[in-house]
Design a binder for this molecule. Structure first.
Ligand SMILES: Cc1cc2nc3c(=O)[nH]c(=O)nc-3n(C[C@H](O)[C@H](O)[C@H](O)COP(=O)(O)OP(=O)(O)OC[C@H]3O[C@@H](n4cnc5c(N)ncnc54)[C@H](O)[C@@H]3O)c2cc1C
Length: 408
């Protein structure tokens, strides 16, 4: 979870809960694919500025924690409740059991292959990013049993390790209090199936790491990585159904390819923005305007960060050439000067790449929603009130405001 995600949990008063299932990543160590890692640290200044931390945890434990918290706050959550049909007016839906549920608004958080996305965006082509992901979690006792591998975990600071290579890249980091090791490995797409069910044996995986540094080769012998293609699916033009009563959120609205790190943070920001907007709900008529505001607030940011996320991987696996030589020389020089390689005031592309990441981390989802409410939502409410009082002078004003709302 990047800082923009942990920050939302902090605002919600859930810091301690997250802390109990996660481990804070204190630095990133970057190195070339073929040599032992030694240079480049993540900027503490950057994290302080972002107001959050990098926390690594198991997806299943995060889901369990969210469910428990939602129930504590009074939400009713059901399992085995598959939605098989949504009514035309989006005011009710039918479950596989036959039960019909009524709703004022439907939040379509049913993922990139869910019913809500199909309803709003029936044509849903996907295209490859050209990258293939191998993903594995290796139990900590197996890592600690090997003195060379144990250096990945036994550090004075909890470290994420990133390897940059010719058409190869890799990242690993300890997750959760157990410090099991999550491992990602990226290579060019070979056209295999998307999904988790294609698990490679160490023998099948060995050729991909033949030129890697010794620790990566050892990880490859311990891991049973799942292989998946990193596919991209477009964002629907409209996230809100034309009834104004159903909205797509999370990966139903903005699917991210597997194996990149900012997707879930976009989903949690969605939740934060939506909650903030609906905290102003006084009247059913506000629902469509809140849903359209939600898309306006979220779409550009999610698009931008999906590109950034994929480009971070491409940047790491860039084919050897002048560009990579220059990148590595600059990073090494900064490291040797005792400077953080991710910060700097020059114009090298390395810094530019990380400046985009810094911008991502610094975002404040609640502030964005508050700004919308102050700039547009309140005006809209006042205009409606004035309209109902029959003030023709103010009616002109309300028309003007509507124009601003639709163009926002
Ligand atoms: C192969 C793969 C690897 C990934 N690896 C990582 C990773 O290592 N780290 C990381 O941070 N992210 C990873 N991700 C991304 C992460 O899983 C998603 O970003 C996140 O799960 C999206 O959350 P969501 O709630 O929007 O959708 P989902 O998690 O897909 O949740 C959708 C939910 O809706 C339910 N649902 C669907 N249809 C219906 C229906 N008709 N009725 C009722 N319920 C329904 C589903 O059962 C599911 O519970 C990976 C994704 C994939 C596919």
């Amino acid at each position: 979870m990047p800082p923009n995600m942990t920050k939302v949990f902090n605002y919600w008063g859930m810091h301690d809960k997250v802390d109990s299932i996660g481990v804070v990543t204190e630095r990133i160590v970057m190195s070339r694919f073929g040599v032992l890692a030694r240079h480049a640290l993540l900027g503490h200044e950057m994290l302080e500025e972002a107001g959050g931390e990098f926390i690594a945890l198991y997806h299943s434990q995060l889901r369990a924690m969210l469910l428990e918290t939602a129930r504590e706050l009074g939400a009713e959550a059901r399992s085995n409740a598959e939605v098989v049909e949504i009514a035309e007016d989006c005011r009710s839906l039918r479950l596989a059991s036959g039960e019909v549920l009524q709703a004022d608004v439907i939040i379509g958080a049913d993922g990139s292959r869910g019913t809500c996305r199909q309803l709003v965006h029936p044509q849903d082509p996907e295209k490859g990013t050209g990258i293939m992901l191998f993903n594995s979690v290796i139990p900590v006792d197996r890592i600690l049993a090997d003195p060379e591998l144990s250096t990945l975990i036994q550090q004075d600071q909890v470290s994420q390790w990133a390897w940059f290579g010719h058409e190869r890249a890799s990242v690993c980091f300890p997750i959760g209090p157990s410090k099991d090791l999550a491992w990602y490995f990226f290579a060019p797409d070979e056209g295999v199936q998307e999904g988790w069910n294609d698990v490679l044996s160490p023998e099948e995986f060995a050729p991909y790491v033949s030129e890697a540094e010794p620790r990566l080769q050892k990880l490859a012998r311990l891991a049973r990585p799942a292989r998946s293609r990193m596919m991209e699916r477009e964002f629907p033009e409209e996230w809100v159904h034309n009834t104004g009563r159903l909205v797509l959120v999370g990966s139903a609205a903005h699917p991210f390819p597997p194996g990149i790190i900012y997707g879930p943070s976009m989903s949690l920001e969605d939740a934060s923005v939506l909650a903030k907007l609906f905290s102003h709900l006084r009247d059913e008529e506000q629902i469509p305007s809140f849903l359209y505001a939600f898309q306006n607030l979220r779409e550009e940011r999610c698009q931008k960060n999906r590109s950034l996320d994929i480009n971070n991987v491409r940047y790491m696996m860039e084919p050897e050439g002048e560009g990579t030589e220059r990148r590595d020389t600059l990073m090494r020089a900064k490291h040797d000067q005792g400077r953080n390689v991710l910060t700097g005031d020059d114009e090298d592309s390395n810094v530019a790449q990380w400046d985009h990441n810094r911008e991502l981390f610094g975002y404040d989802a609640e502030d964005e929603a508050d700004n919308w409410w102050v700039q547009w939502g309140l005006l809209q409410e006042r205009a409606k009130a004035a309209h109902s009082e029959g003030d023709t002078h103010l009616e002109m004003f309300s028309l003007d405001v509507s124009e601003r709302i639709s163009s926002s």
